[in-house]
Design a protein around this ligand. Structure first.
Ligand code: 5MM
Length: 337
């Protein structure tokens, strides 16, 4: 393992006002996104859509890494340059989603465990040779009054740690993503309680598996009310609770934290990130690794129509820039106009 290389990749992805574009939707998920814009999902339409995002001029000022799905890692720009090579040329690290999804956890109704460890070492070797310098694995934790079980948290943390150790062995930075879902009517304090348990378990397992924390990026959810909660917490409450929780559970040796957006609107995700960075005195880079919050607006603007290609790129650049400003605590709501 080359720790210096892992560290410098991690810092380049989330330092200096940069963040990560999560564009690793699996084929079924991107199909659902394309349904919302009445666009057929084919290998070519998916390639063209991703090309629109990756080739937006100036994206490398704000984006330090892009998470790709296996299909996209093997696709090329219209000029025939493989996407990983194209991104690398701009100083944007290409990454790869390596989990094979959250599957029902046998004997634990309503809970999932993320699979994909079998053959992972061999896949990582191939992905590195194709240009990937970081990877992503997402664990999904469902919340209600009785879920999650301690066992579900442990099973997912164990898998995240095994994945992380394998990535580092192959000189690939692991993005560690334990996502406590926003779905449901739970309160912000229930989210904090579950996220605290999940983070405590994840760092215990990472340590047991000899994962070097200086060579990972954590991708957590924010501490936020469930989407159907009666009384939604305010942006300041979200920012304060999230920082309180992260400071308690995330060791200072972790170089960067890059949030998922998890169903927040694009504007909410930017505002929350900004408020946290404005609080200051943070031991890690605090950045973004948004999927929906970076893509909702360019996807809608493009709508599968070639005529809207440039406008789609502009819509993407707007969100990338505003999130970069939020990374520095320099975003204001009136920049949305
Ligand atoms: C881009 O979506 C990612 C992959 O989803 P599927 O495996 O379900 O197709 C997802 O893991 C994403 O990277 C994170 O959830 C962050 O995206 P959001 O939209 O929550 O910011």
């Amino acid at each position: 393992m080359n720790l210096e290389a892992l560290k410098s990749t991690a810092v380049a992805m989330v330092g200096n006002g940069k963040g990560i574009l999560a564009a690793d939707e699996s084929t079924p998920t991107i199909g659902k996104r394309f349904d919302t814009i009445n666009t057929e999902s084919t290998a070519e339409s998916r390639r063209r859509y991703r090309e629109m995002l990756f080739t937006a001029e100036g994206a490398n000022k704000y984006i330090g890494g892009v998470i790709l799905f296996d299909e996209t890692l093997r696709q090329s720009t219209s000029d025939g340059v493989p996407f990983p090579k194209y991104l690398e040329g701009l100083g944007i690290a290409p990454g790869i989603k390596v989990d094979s999804g959250a599957k029902s956890l046998a004997a634990f109704e309503g809970e999932t465990v993320t699979e994909g460890l079998d053959g992972l070492r061999e896949r990582l070797i191939e992905y590195y040779s194709l240009g990937a310098r970081f990877a992503k694995w997402r664990a999904v934790i469902n919340v209600n009054d009785s879920l999650p079980s301690e066992f579900c948290i442990r099973a997912n943390s164990h898998a995240l740690a095994r994945y992380s150790a394998l990535c580092q062995e192959q000189n690939i930075v692991p993005i560690v993503e334990p996502e406590v879902l926003m779905d449901g009517d739970h309160s912000i304090s229930r989210c904090e309680e579950v996220t605290s348990d999940a983070l405590e378990s994840v760092f215990r397992e990472l340590t047991k598996h000899n994962v070097n924390l200086e060579g990972i990026i954590l991708k957590p959810n924010m501490i936020i009310s469930g989407t159907k909660a009666q009384n939604r917490a305010t942006p300041s409450e979200v920012a304060e609770a999230t920082i309180r929780c992260l400071k308690h559970y995330v060791p200072e040796s972790v170089p960067g934290i890059a949030f998922l957006s998890g169903g927040q609107t694009s504007e909410e995700a930017t505002e929350h990130l900004n408020l946290m960075n404005k609080m200051g005195d943070l031991p890690w880079e605090l950045s973004f690794s948004y999927g929906r919050a970076l893509q909702a607006s360019p996807l809608k603007t493009w709508s599968g129509d070639e005529e809207n290609y440039n406008a789609g790129q502009a819509a993407f650049m707007k969100r990338a820039k505003l999130n970069s400003l939020a990374h520095s605590g320099e975003y204001t709501n009136n920049m949305e106009d």
